[in-house]
Ligand binder design. Structure first.
Ligand SMILES: Nc1ncnc2c1ncn2[C@@H]1O[C@H](COP(=O)(O)OP(=O)(O)OP(=O)(O)O)[C@@H](O)[C@H]1O
Length: 333
């Protein structure tokens, strides 16, 4: 944030030179790991596709001549922007690969794999992806000739969590409306003038996932009843260390036996999961089971965390902690 507040030619050049060294290291580590996954996962077509994206991006950066001047820097920026687009569908494509492995085990009636190892790999892999995309996104965004006041690259130094909560709520409600024909109300509490520095796309993504889960739970619980539908409540608290946002619903909660699984990849109670073979299809209410684990990674990336507390038979509280100390280091694998 401090570096980007002065996006001079010299600083942009320094930034590009740093990325030219740093990105291939991060990308190569992930490519190697993609090649050595357990249980034959590395040979699944979807995983090979992702591996190839990583190899292509590695080559693009390594074959790019050394960045020495402004023109090089602009060309380099275009190139890494393309890389970011190339990797847009990594998450659903990886999900497809893991699903292919699961299906195969189911068909051949092999003893189901302990997926812990794969879970840990995916956590590392997606965390690294968040870091790579943050670095590329920040560099590219610093070229914006006319940034909004208070915005430095991807970071909004005056982000209002209430505003982001409103936008994320609207998005989640419109999906709920589309899917069920109606959607519970959402009440948002907190100081509307309060702001803190954060990446608004990250916060939007996390709140959108949490609100979507709450809306779905409430909707399913009250769909066929004539009782009043209780609203989902979002409460924003600004502490000295953390900004905490609670998303609270009366959607019936999660059974205690199911709680250890909600942060695992591919655990979902959605009845009609999206077509895994068409990962670019539009957003649905629930499906992959990726919402919670991915949101927690985004929170942890900047030193925060996500906790889910459930009261079975009543509802669920999600606590999203966002560290505002600004002194956390990237928790890289
Ligand atoms: N607020 C909630 N109330 C009740 N159950 C919940 C709530 N939040 C999450 N769950 C349970 O946890 C599961 C996993 O949630 P997660 O957000 O990770 O995936 P998903 O919503 O099923 O799919 P998607 O990848 O589309 O987010 C859900 O399928 C649901 O069973």
């Amino acid at each position: 944030m401090e570096f980007g507040s002065r996006p001079t030619e010299r600083n942009l050049l320094l930034s590009a030179q740093f990325l030219q060294k740093e990105l291939p290291i991060r990308i190569a580590r992930r490519a190697l790991e993609l090649e050595s996954l357990p249980f034959g996962l590395s040979r699944k077509p979807a995983i090979l596709k992702v591996r190839d994206w990583y190899l292509d991006s590695f080559r693009d950066i390594r074959y790019f001549p050394e960045v020495r001047n402004r023109n090089d820097e602009l060309a380099f920026t275009q190139m890494i922007k393309m890389i970011k687009v190339r990797h847009n569908n990594v998450v659903p494509t990886m999900a497809l690969g893991v699903q292919q492995l699961k299906n195969e085990q189911y068909r051949t009636r092999k003893i189901p794999t302990a997926f812990d190892e794969i879970h840990e790999f995916l956590d590392r892999f997606y965390m690294s992806r968040i870091g790579i995309r943050m670095l590329i996104g920040q560099h590219v965004a610093l070229h914006d000739p006319d940034p909004e006041p208070g915005v430095i690259g991807l970071i909004n130094t005056e982000l209002s969590p209430i505003q982001v909560a409103q936008a994320a709520s609207e998005d989640a409600r419109s999906i709920c409306l589309r899917e069920y024909g109606s959607a519970p109300e959402i009440d948002i509490y907190g100081d509307p003038t309060f702001t803190f520095p954060y990446v608004s796309s990250h916060l939007h993504l996390m709140l959108f996932e949490l609100v979507k889960n709450s809306l779905r739970a409430v909707q399913e619980r009250y769909m066929n009843s004539d009782k009043d539908v209780p609203p989902v409540r979002i409460i924003v608290a600004d502490g000295a260390e953390d900004v905490t946002i609670k998303v609270s619903d009366e959607g019936g909660g999660i059974p205690r036996s199911g709680l250890p699984r909600i942060f695992t990849y591919l655990y979902s109670t959605a009845k009609n999961p999206p077509d895994m073979d068409c990962p670019s299809e539009g957003v649905t209410m629930a499906g992959y089971g990726y919402g919670l684990p991915i949101s927690r990674l985004y929170a942890r990336y900047f030193g925060g965390d996500l906790q889910i507390i459930s009261m079975e038979g009543y509802g669920t509280d999600a606590y999203l902690h966002l560290s505002r100390l600004g002194d956390s280091e990237e928790p890289l694998p």
